[in-house]
Design a protein around this ligand. Structure first.
Ligand code: SAJ
Length: 464
């Protein structure tokens, strides 16, 4: 039985380790966080994802999955560690499309480097090393391979790349491939099996070896390419989505100025057979879409003004939400919306800054507990910085994520001057908010029935 060592037991590493373990491999999952190791060894799972706990427990019970804090010898090593942004990492002398701005956010490869270095002592001829982490273009060939070559072994190369100086003979070669994950949080297990996969090898043999490995559980098609193309494919997918969300957000800002409803306009535009505008909202969260475009920008800052601008448009949306809250408060104060609204909402606020704001939703998107890069958290931080009294509620997110978090909807709504809907959780679609001033950033409330019934509802993207 082949042995796989998976480094990093996070959102991708853990499901991948469990998947291989339940498909006939002996797997050792490694994490540098002792708490993660202990939790898993106690049969518990630190990541909330449908079906994951059952799969991990089955894998552990079968004896095919073990969890450890250090790597060990194996046939295959899979690196699945985070690649966050390093903020303010401007590089002297490199001019981006707008000065050095593009380079202020760059990939932090510390975890990838540490994981690669931890493998070096265990690397043996014939081993395959797979990088699953999302990385800037060329990381596999320019960062990962040189570290692994410190083992004294040579990386496998395509025939035409063999030079007389190259130390490797087949007997002393190792193999390397980049196999980016493409699964959607909330549907990870299903998409791990059914999505198509792109595998980029540093040479053909590496790509073929990785394909044979993933074919053990992937039911989608597996496409082979080179490592740098595979890196770029992954980054392009998420950048495509980011740029298109930025376009939707920009349309929303325009619609507010024009006094039209962007949600209706998008629905109508999307009736065109070749148009599919995404949804505006309070910004883009999650650990990938808000991060990955910067990896392309850092590789080619001069030629990526569109990508960089899209990032800034999406990053500016939390501030826009705060402006909408202030507008709602001002209307609330003056009763601008007419007698009907003025009658229904509480009395005018003498000091808007002391206003109570109920924030509904902390997660970065619907029906998940993940708050990484969540625009909702950014909105709360901005409101806090402005001195508002904030209470936040999210039925999916464990308590303690922000100091303002409360454990029930009632506690959040109690005495609220403005209610801001920041995440489109299913639970929020049925909300009864009669008598509240609402800012709906996700179009979860049915404008016609709600607004007609209970007064003031500002919707992001809807002018008035
Ligand atoms: N969002 C909008 N408007 C939309 C769609 C999304 O504002 O129309 C926001 C969401 O609310 C959220 C953020 O964008 O804050 C990202 O959500 P998402 O559902 O678009 O994507 P993620 O981050 O959960 O997962 C993405 C996926 N990539 C693509 O769809 C191209 C997933 O397939 C990747 O595997 C994942 O990134 C990753 O790990 O890279």
């Amino acid at each position: 039985m082949k042995k796989i060592c998976v480094l990093g037991l996070g959102y991708i590493g853990l499901p991948t380790a469990a998947m291989f373990a339940t498909h006939g491999f002996q797997v050792v999952g490694v994490d540098v966080n002792e708490q993660v190791v202990e939790t898993l060894n106690n049969g518990e799972v630190h990541i909330h994802e449908p079906g994951l706990k059952t799969l991990v427990q089955a894998a552990l019970k079968s004896g095919n999955l073990r969890v450890a804090s250090k790597p060990e010898s194996a046939d295959v090593f899979i690196i699945s560690v985070p690649t966050p942004l390093r903020e303010g990492a401007g590089e002297q002398g490199s001019k981006g499309a707008e000065g050095n701005v593009a380079l202020q956010k760059k990939a932090n490869l510390d975890y990838v480097i540490a994981a690669a270095e931890s493998i070096v002592p265990y690397l043996r001829p014939g081993n395959l090393v797979v990088l699953e982490s999302t990385v800037p273009p060329r990381t596999t060939v320019e960062v990962l391979v040189p570290i692994l070559e410190r083992s004294g072994l040579g990386v496998s190369r395509d025939d035409e790349d063999h030079s007389p100086q190259h130390p490797g003979t087949t007997a002393s070669l190792f193999y390397v491939a980049h196999c980016p994950e493409r699964v959607l949080p909330g549907r990870i297990l299903e998409e791990l099996v059914h999505n198509d996969r792109v595998i980029g090898g540093v040479d053909r043999s590496s790509a073929e070896m990785a394909k044979a490995l993933y074919a053990s559980f992937v039911e989608g098609e597996i496409f082979l390419t080179d490592a740098t193309t595979a890196e770029m494919v992954k980054l392009m997918e998420n950048t495509y989505r980011d740029v298109n969300i930025a376009l939707a957000n920009e349309f929303a800002l325009v619609a507010e100025q024009l006094g039209i409803n962007v949600w209706e306009a998008i629905e109508l535009a999307n009736r065109h057979p070749r148009v599919n505008i995404l949804k505006p909202g309070p910004g883009v969260g999650g650990h990938c879409i808000a991060v990955d475009p910067w990896f392309i920008a850092q590789a080619a800052p001069e030629v990526t003004p569109l990508i960089q601008t899209a990032r800034r448009v999406n990053d500016s949306m939390p501030l826009h939400v705060v402006e909408l809250v202030k507008r709602a408060l001002a209307e609330h104060k003056t009763g601008d919306r007419g007698q009907e609204t003025a009658d229904k909402v509480p009395s005018p606020l003498s000091r808007p800054q002391s206003a109570r704001i109920a924030c509904l939703g902390l997660a970065y998107k619907a029906d998940v507990e993940d708050t990484r890069e969540s625009p909702a958290i950014k909105v709360i931080e901005l409101l806090r910085a402005e001195g508002f009294q904030v209470r936040a509620y999210d039925p999916h997110v464990p308590m303690g994520r922000v100091p303002e978090q409360v454990g029930s909807l009632e506690a959040a709504l109690d005495g609220a001057d403005v209610v801001v809907i920041l995440t489109d959780h299913t639970e929020f679609r049925e909300l009864e908010l009669r008598g509240y001033v609402v800012v709906d950033t996700r179009n979860v409330l049915d404008a016609h029935s709600q607004e007609a019934n209970w007064g003031l509802c500002l919707k992001l993207g809807k002018g008035f």
